[in-house]
Design a binder for this molecule. Sequence first.
Ligand SMILES: Cc1cc2nc3c(=O)[nH]c(=O)nc-3n(C[C@H](O)[C@H](O)[C@H](O)COP(=O)(O)OP(=O)(O)OC[C@H]3O[C@@H](n4cnc5c(N)ncnc54)[C@H](O)[C@@H]3O)c2cc1C
Length: 267
Amino acid sequence: MGHITIPEAEEILDREFRVLDKGFIRLVDYMGGDARIVQSARVSYGEGTKTQRKDKDLISYLLRNDHMSPFEQVIFTFHVKMPLFVARQWVRHRTARINEISGRYSVMEDEFYIPSPEDVQLQSTGNKQGRSDEEITGEVREAVIKKIDDSCSRSYADYNGMIEQNITRELARVVLPLNLYTQMYWQMDLRNLLHFIRLRADHHAQKEIREYAYVLSNIVKIVAPFTWEAFEEHVLHSMKLNGKQIQRLKEELETTHGDLLKELKIL
Ligand SMILES: Cc1cc2nc3c(=O)[nH]c(=O)nc-3n(C[C@H](O)[C@H](O)[C@H](O)COP(=O)(O)OP(=O)(O)OC[C@H]3O[C@@H](n4cnc5c(N)ncnc54)[C@H](O)[C@@H]3O)c2cc1C
C-alpha cells in the first residue's frame, strides 16, 4: 500500500486554525489514517484489504474492545501556539514528542492571552477546578480584563527593560505571566491523541484547553473519519457505571425490562 495520502488532510496541511485570541493549531504532517489501522491490525491474521464497510467495522471492533495498538501506527505532527498555562496542562500527556520555543534563546514576544468578556466568570462553589454560571455584570468583566491587560503590560515592560540592560534572557523571563503565548511542535500518535481529546474536550477540563481539543478533534475527523466515528460512539458518548449503579439498575428494571438488561449484558 505504501505511503497513505488523504486528499482532505492534504488540503488542511499547514493551515492555521485559530484558537483563543492569538493561538492556533497547524497540522504540519501526518502519517497513515484509517487504512493504516486496518492494514496493521490485519497483519495479525495475515489478511489483506477488504471492503470499506469491513474496514469500518474492524475499526469499530478494535476501539470497542480496547485493541488500541493499531491506532499507534497513525502519527500527527502539529505546530501549536498556546498560553503557558495551557501548555502546562498539555505537556502532562507524556507520550508526545515535543519541541518548544526557548525563552533562554529567543526574546519572548509581547503576546498574552486576554479572555473575552463572557469567559470572565466567578469561582464555582461545587467544583473547585471550575467556573460558576452565576451572572456577573459587564462592568466587572471589563474591569477584570483591564486588570489582566495592565498586569501583562507592566510585566512585559519589566522584561523588556531587563533585556535592554542586557540581563540574560533566561532570568529576565521569570517576570512574565502564565498567559504569555508559547509555541511548540507536538507529535502524537492517534491512540494517545484520542486519550488527550477524551480528557481535554471533556467539560471537567479548563475551557481554554478545551478549545484546542475541539480543533484537534476536527483534524482527527478529517485524517481518520472511521476512527472518529467509532471513538464518538464507544468512548465520547459512552459512560462508565460502577458496581452499585449496575446493582440498582438490576433491582429497578429486572422485572419490567429484563430483555433490555440482557441485551446490554447487565443481566
Ligand atoms: C480535568 C483534569 C484535571 C486535572 N487536574 C490535575 C491536578 O490538579 N494536578 C495534576 O498534577 N494533574 C492534573 N491533571 C493531569 C492528569 O492527572 C494527567 O497527568 C493528565 O491528564 C495526563 O493523563 P495520562 O497520564 O492518562 O496521559 P499520558 O501521560 O498521555 O499517558 C497516556 C497513558 O499512557 C500510560 N502511561 C503513561 N505514563 C505511564 C506510567 N509512568 N506508568 C504507567 N502507565 C503510563 C497510561 O495508561 C496513560 O493513561 C488533570 C487532568 C485533567 C484532564
